[in-house]
Structure formats: C-alpha cells, structure tokens
Design a protein around this ligand. Structure first.
Ligand SMILES: [Zn+2]
Length: 416
C-alpha cells in the first residue's frame, strides 16, 4: 500500500510540474501576440524589446529552477530521504515535539539553500540588468537569514502546537487545531505591520503636505476613519512600486511604497487608494480570511482521518509512525486538489479586483486609475499579452487591458 501511495505522490508531483511547464510554454508562445488596442503606445519600440528580453530571461531561469526542484523532489521521494531525516531527528532527541521542530529546521534549511542561487541570480543579475534592483548584498543576506528564521519559528510553533493537540485529543484534534490556526491567522493579519514588516522595512508616517491632504480628503469622501498613513521604504529592495491597506479594527493602516511617489502624481496615488478602499468597502480582507480558515478546517478534518495510517509515513521512507511525515505525505497527496482550487481562488480574487476598480471609477477616479496602472505596468516591464489560459489559471488580478476595458465601461454606464 505504501508503495502505491508513493507512486501516487510521484504522479501528482509530475502532474504539477507538467501543468506549470505547459502554462509557461503557452505564455512564451503568446509573447508575439499583438498588443491590445487599450495598451498601444505603452511601450516604445526600444522599451518593448527590453520587456520581451526581460520576460525571456525570467522564463529561462524559472524553467531551470522548476527542473532542478522537480529532479530533487524525485530523488528525495525515490530514496526515502524524508524517512531517513525523520529517523535521524528521532535519534537526536527523545522528546516528540523537539523531533518535529528539528525536522522542520532541517527541511526549511534545505529548501532555503536550494532556492538561494536562484533568488541571488534573479536579484543581482536579472533585476540588476533591467534596472530594478536596489538591494545591497548585505540587505540580501540579512533578509534571507531573517525570512528563514521567521518562517522556521512560526511554522515550528504552529506545527508543534497542532502536534501537541493531536497527542492530547487524538482524532478530535482537528477542531482545536482549526481554532488555533484561525486565531493565528487573525492575529497576524492584524499585527503584520507591527511585527513582521519592521524586520525587513522601515515605515514612517506620511509627512504633512499636499499628498497627505489629498489622501485625507479622499478618506473623508469615502466615509472612512483611516488615520494611519505610512510610507514604506520599498526602494531598499526594488524600484517596483505598490500600495496596500493592512490590518483591521484599530490596527488598520494605509501603506504606500516610497517608489510609488517617484512614479505617480498625487491624483494617481489617490486613485490607487480608491481601488484599495473598494476592497475595504467590500470587506475583501475578511472574506479572504474566512475562506482560508474554512480551507484549513477541511484540510485538517481530512488529515485527521488519515493521520494514524502507517502507510503515509512509510510512503516517504519512514520506518515508524510519524506525525510530521504523515503531514508531509498528506500535503503531497492533497496537491492536485490545490491545483484544481487554484483557478477557483484566482477567479474569486479577480472578481474582487474588478469590484474594487469599479468602486474607484464610481468615485470619479477611473481615468486617473488607468493612467496610474499604466505607469506601474510600464515601469515594471509587465507582460501585456499573457495567454488567456494562464490568466484563467494563475492570475490573481485581471490583465491590464481587461481592467481598462471594465473601468471605461463602468464610466460609460455612469454617464448614461
Ligand atoms: Zn486590488
């Protein structure tokens, strides 16, 4: 049975590899497609050549990364290396929770080391060549270390607690574990700006001046009570720009990248914020949080039915019952469902984006939002002609051309 499970897992890993390779190939084939009429003139000839070169370089690197990670996964599964690691951790300590923590530490370290050459090359060769990179070597290494520590500590704490709940409540553990994860998700979406962001970036209140006045006036028009407007030093990492709302309740704040100010006029920044207000008014943050918690509950419930099955750890080369191996095997077995849910989640997200754009357009920011989005896309050398299937499968936002069309049609409706 364990052998069958292993073949099933290898089949799923291969399926994922094939799907992502086909999508990437489709996108490359679509590169020479004519630019949609809404976006004509966004790039001049020289810049369009640059954009195409940027895309081709990124495609090549991600193809190599995908192949390396696929090959490594096959070796790890084929040789039962995860089972070997589990036994090794068990020989280091007899405390079950510590064994799980050690396993996660080694597992995360391995993944970080494998990803490192690719993120280094992408930052200091590709992004550098196309003028996006503003990261120093010191920042890069410190950030890598910090994100390794943060992700290891958080996953170790969370999974140890879930493991402890399993030891205490047996099959019923999924109910308690869902509660714990829900609290964890709510806590981190509330305190993300206070706890995680400061590790990587500096946030300073937006100083008095025209931009602050324009935003304050807009906030009042939208009938909201946002007071906390921050500038984040995105320029420490990259020249690409962004803006977002974060937190909720007393912890909510507006965050603007300093690079946004370099690229956009004040009116365009207000229009981008009007879009963000659209999300806020439609309670998109809460909806997303709710969906993730439901997904966690479903996952944990199905896992609770399989957790004590000895075939799960055995499929990964385990020679004794192991919670963490069962968990890894389960997540691999569940991956085709994630693959199916991907387009569903993205379709929901794209609908929310259209709604947020419509909100900005209804408040008279349609055309300024369009010119702001165009600047962002042009600066970031965005792909103007993604393949429709790639958009359907993996785009969380509609394409720029689709957004412009939708904003203009909602503008026309208002004028009728
Ligand atoms: Zn949005």
């Amino acid at each position: 049975m364990a052998q069958t499970l292993l073949w099933l897992i290898i089949g799923f890993v291969t399926l994922e590899f094939v799907v992502s390779s086909v999508l990437s190939w489709l996108n490359t084939k679509w590169m020479t497609h004519p630019v949609p009429p809404e976006l004509e003139g966004l790039y001049d000839e020289e810049k369009y050549r640059q954009q195409q070169a940027y895309m081709r370089t990124n495609k090549r690197v991600s193809l190599i990364e995908r192949c390396v990670s696929f090959a490594l996964t096959l070796v790890i599964l084929g040789c039962g290396l995860l089972g070997w690691l589990d036994n090794l951790c068990k020989s280091w300590t007899s405390v079950p929770v510590l064994q799980v923590v050690l396993f996660l530490l080694v597992y995360n370290l391995f993944n970080t080391v494998i990803a490192l050459p690719f993120s280094y090359y992408s930052t200091f060769v590709i992004e550098e060549r196309f003028g996006f990179n503003r990261t120093t070597h010191k920042t890069f290494w410190l950030d890598t270390l910090k994100s390794f520590l943060v992700s290891t500590v958080l996953s170790a704490v969370l999974i140890s607690v879930v493991f402890w709940l399993y030891l205490t409540f047996d099959r019923q553990f999924w109910i308690w574990a869902t509660l714990v994860v829900a609290v964890f998700i709510i806590f981190f979406s509330m305190f993300y700006s206070n706890l995680i962001v400061p590790l990587f970036n500096k946030q300073t209140p937006l100083p008095e001046g025209e931009l602050r006045d324009a935003i304050t006036a807009a906030v009042r028009r939208f009938g909201s009570k946002f007071k906390d407007i921050y500038i984040i030093d995105g320029s420490k990492h990259s020249s690409k720009a962004n803006a977002y709302f974060t937190g909720f309740g007393p912890k909510k704040r507006i965050v603007l990248y300093d690079t946004l100010q370099e690229q956009m006029t004040n009116e365009e920044i207000v229009a981008v914020l009007a879009h963000e207000f659209g999300h806020y008014k439609h309670r998109d943050t809460f909806k997303n949080m709710f969906i993730s918690i439901v997904m966690v509950a479903v996952n944990l419930f199905i896992f609770s039915l399989l957790v004590s099955n000895p075939d799960l750890p055995a499929a990964l080369g385990g020679t004794a019952p192991s919670f963490i191996l069962a968990m890894v095997a389960f997540s691999l077995l569940f991956s085709p469902i994630d693959l199916l849910l991907n387009p569903v989640g993205n379709a929901i997200s794209r609908r929310a984006e259209y709604r947020a754009d419509a909100y900005a357009a209804e408040h008279g920011h349609g055309e300024t939002l369009i010119s702001g989005l165009k600047k962002l896309a042009s600066h970031a050398l965005s792909n103007l002609t993604p393949h429709p299937l790639v958009v359907w499968f993996s785009y969380s936002h509609p394409t720029l051309a689709q957004r412009i069309r939708a904003i203009r049609s909602s503008n026309n409706k208002d004028n009728d």
